[in-house]
Write a protein that binds this ligand. Sequence first.
Ligand code: SF4
Ligand code: SF4
Length: 340
Amino acid sequence: MNHEPVLIIGGGPAGMAAAIETASCGFHAEIFEQAPRLSGKAWDYGCKADSECRNCNVCKVRRMIRTVRESPRIRTHLDSTVFKIQKRQHGFTVCWRDEIGEIRDMTSSGLVIATGFDFFDPRLSSRYGYGRIPDVITSAELERQLHSSSLPTRISDGSIPRNIGFVQCVGSRDPRGGAPYCSQTCCAYSLRMAARLVHLDPDLHITIFYSDLQSLTPETDHLLQNLNPRIRLVRALPAEITKLESGRLEITTDSDAGAIEAHEFDTVVLAIGFRPSQALRESVLDIGLELNPYGFIQEPAGSGILAVAGAALGPMNLAKTIDQSASAVARMLALKRANI
Ligand code: SF4
Ligand code: SF4
């Protein structure tokens, strides 16, 4: 057996799944993660259970952190920013800067790119007022709020909102904005989050503005079929969000019949979509990987030395990220083993 470790760039769900699969196949893994902890953006995600589990997989990610930490075959380099990858005759050299600024490198014949995704910058959709109106927040910010308190609070005055509007497809399904694709996760996310919030707060009402409901899971489809009466679905995306003199927010929509309707809220949550990660763009091209028309990395043909895992390939939810990553690495290691 070749004792070279598999080098894994990214310690989010895809990177951890890749490392766990590597270890279970009998190889060693080295994870390089620029943050001071594992789990990537999923660090901010909370449980979405209401009266029952909604299978969001956040607790699975927490268990994976433990597995990675306890595995004798996985070494994790935190606070370690990979800044260059070079292709060698029989593998790759990864160069990184560690937490004290030292430049280090490692070479191996197995590499996994698990650099994840970036969130869409909602300031680019200026009609929604993000950045100008404090109580217009993103789904990622709502998750961070719920990390430190059990209920969301308004940024402007710290009060607990009684009416929250969710706006879907922010930065997705938008050909003019360069992202005509569906981000795959945000409809299920908003349905789960709305059900959890009304479960936690009996005085809360939620309205979800959408154009289409996509990529639902069996659990979120069940939520949709048995919708809590305090969750309303409105099939229209906002024309504009403005702040009223009262401090509340007004969402205006154009109805199918052409009439303009106004809806008032305390807080508005923008369900922001996926953008390709900008990390290591040049290196990824230098080692022969290609990008799809939207800038996500294309899956390489099986080589036994290189795999791309998770949302670096395109939008996907946690369950698919973990499964895809483990299968891509299993395929890579099967070929690697065959070539030893
Ligand atoms: S899968 Fe999600 S909803 Fe279910 S218990 Fe785990 S974290 Fe909570
Ligand atoms: S998952 Fe839903 S909210 Fe997200 S881009 Fe697709 S249709 Fe829009």
